[in-house]
Design a protein around this ligand. Structure first.
Ligand SMILES: [Zn+2]
Length: 297
């Protein structure tokens, strides 16, 4: 039987038959991959612990007809600190959920993403930094690799440079932040479309204008107001996501932010909600891993 090896993290599992598990892996070599862990649900089985979510293993697999079968499994990392902190564990499970949803789209980038994912889970487990902020940085890194990083530097409509004085709203459809001028323009068009709606129906020849108006309404619906502080938070998180030496950068930022910690925390949480909404908009799916935290709060 043909065999091959993978270094992979478990990002999803479900039960198969009486005692087996199917594991969704994200591997350094092939990206997303599914395999059977035979006997993983038998009490005391050697593979049981290694088949848990978020564990990183070096695997030997045998090619199967439908699914490959794990024949050997050597544990590389289990992130023991994570298992004692429900908040941090939940964020890491959200990373796994994101990987399940977007993992296929990473193609050639799978080795880079594998490194980033395991590094990010390691930081979540071991670094003292704010979990929501780490998560925001991870979201930016993922969106960057997928080629759908939100635009924060230039208005997504007129391309003017954005700054603290002119940011207004995040537009999901256009994939980034609008300046105030464009936001008001879109809002005015949408409002006028609503007020003249009956006439639009009475005059079907006016297709072009009606299309323009419905575009304005759709655009308006996907706008989320962004305060300058939330915008700044996103810009900093994106820089964090780009920086290899993340912890050094964090010290500089944390020092600068100390006086304003509570505000920054609120901004981080608003920026995170916004990014998760954008991710859900892009994937057409609701992410569920973090619901637990919302229920605890
Ligand atoms: Zn603009």
């Amino acid at each position: 039987m043909a065999t091959f090896s993978l270094t992979a993290i478990n990002v999803g599992t479900f039960n198969l038959g009486e005692a087996d598990k199917i594991i969704t892996l994200f591997s350094r070599e092939k990206g997303m991959h599914r395999a059977v862990a035979k006997g993983a649900r038998k009490p005391g089985a050697k593979i049981a612990g290694k088949a848990e979510l978020l564990n990183v293993n070096h695997l030997l697999l045998a090619k199967g007809k439908n699914l490959d079968i794990i024949t050997q499994c050597e544990s590389i990392e289990t992130y023991p600190n994570l298992r004692h902190d429900l908040t941090r564990l939940t964020y890491a499970l959200y990373y796994a959920e994101l990987t399940q949803v977007f993992g296929q789209g990473l193609g050639e980038d799978c080795a880079r993403y594998f490194e980033r994912l395991t590094l990010s889970i390691g930081l979540m487990a071991a670094s003292g930094r704010d979990a929501a902020l780490l998560c925001l940085e991870f979201e930016f890194a993922l969106l960057e690799m997928l080629g759908i990083r939100p635009e924060l530097d230039f208005c997504v409509s007129c391309r003017d440079v954005l700054n603290e004085r002119n940011v207004s709203a995040f537009n999901h459809e256009l994939g980034g932040v609008l300046c105030q001028k464009c936001f008001y323009k879109i809002r005015a068009m949408a409002n006028s479309a609503v007020s003249v709606a009956p006439q639009v129906h009475e005059d079907p020849s006016d297709n072009f204008r009606s299309e323009q108006r419905s575009e304005a309404i759709d655009s308006q619906r996907t706008n989320v107001y962004v305060t300058p502080l939330v915008w700044k938070r996103m810009v900093l998180a994106r820089i964090g996501a780009d920086t290899i030496d993340i912890d050094v950068n964090a010290n500089v930022r944390d020092h600068a932010n100390k006086s304003n910690e509570a505000n920054m925390k609120m901004a981080t949480s608003a920026a995170r909600r916004l990014m998760q909404n954008y991710i859900e908009y892009k994937s057409g799916r609701r992410m569920r891993a973090l619901d637990l935290l919302a229920n605890l709060a």
